[in-house]
Write a protein that binds this ligand. Structure first.
Ligand code: MG
Ligand code: MG
Length: 252
């Protein structure tokens, strides 16, 4: 389904959905520490989202078995949290979560370093998050998807990071994934035109090495082929006439 221009009521629901999502990720982040099993983060997220009156959108989505995706180091996205995956000092933990509230879905991800960080990893996270905001800065009525893609690519190319190509951003709202795809690389002035009132998830995934990825034998976990570390940042945003509203951040 192509993403629709949302109604006023749908936008109100998505604002609440996104605000809940931001609170859930903030709560899960508090539990990131050396020795913590990744399962704990998903359990915390599941409990928190339900306490806030919403449901986890990824649990059961295409059969995903958990509430929160937790991907560590060379795992890019869709990592399955496990009680025997234990976080260690210096790990990069990417948490990706979806919230359904009054039928409306938002989607957001953050990467966090456990304890003391290697400056190289810190730089990767910084650039990936910055590229997300460069993409968001392109948004306005009639923006082309290529404008977003190009802005993200430009930022990540500067530092020579690998840009994951097989996974992309997307429309979001009534479904977890709506058309069109929002790639993290591309040419300005190309691609579909987006309108004010549409809601999309922008989600750059970058690696310190090569961009190529593979899927684990668990059928879910996407990891870099060369074993290099990766980062992932994502926001659900509402396109407005002259800009954008980030829906998945804590309300002021
Ligand atoms: Mg996501
Ligand atoms: Mg997404």
């Amino acid at each position: 389904m192509y993403t629709k221009v949302k109604t006023k009521d749908e936008i109100v629901a998505m604002r609440t959905s996104g605000s809940i999502l931001a609170q859930v990720l903030a709560e899960a982040k508090k539990h990131i520490a050396p020795g913590a099993p990744t399962q704990l983060l998903s359990d915390v997220a599941d409990k928190e989202v339900r306490a806030l009156g919403a449901t986890p959108a990824f649990r059961g989505y295409q059969g995903f078995p958990e509430s929160l995706c937790v991907s560590v180091n060379d795992e890019v996205v869709h990592g399955i949290p496990r009680s025997n995956t234990i976080l260690e000092e210096g790990d990069i933990v990417s948490m990706d979560f979806g919230v359904t509230y009054q039928g409306m879905i938002t989607d957001s991800a953050i990467s966090v370093i456990v304890g003391a960080a290697d400056p190289k990893d810190e730089a990767l996270l910084e650039a990936t998050q910055k590229s997300l905001h460069k993409g968001i800065a392109q948004l306005k009525d009639k923006v082309r998807v290529g404008d977003i893609a190009h802005a993200i690519q430009n930022e990540l190319d500067k530092a020579g990071y690998g840009i994951v190509r097989e996974l992309v951003g997307h429309g979001v709202g009534h479904h977890v994934h709506e058309e069109p795809n929002i790639p993290n690389y591309g040419k300005a002035g190309t691609g579909p035109t987006l309108e004010a009132g549409m809601t999309i998830a922008i989600e750059p995934m970058a690696t310190i090495g090569d961009y190529r990825v593979m899927i684990d034998s668990d059928g879910w976990t996407v990891r870099t082929r060369d074993g290099s570390r990766s980062a992932h940042f994502e926001h659900t945003v509402l396109i407005t006439k002259n800009g954008a509203e980030i829906l998945t951040q804590a309300s002021a």
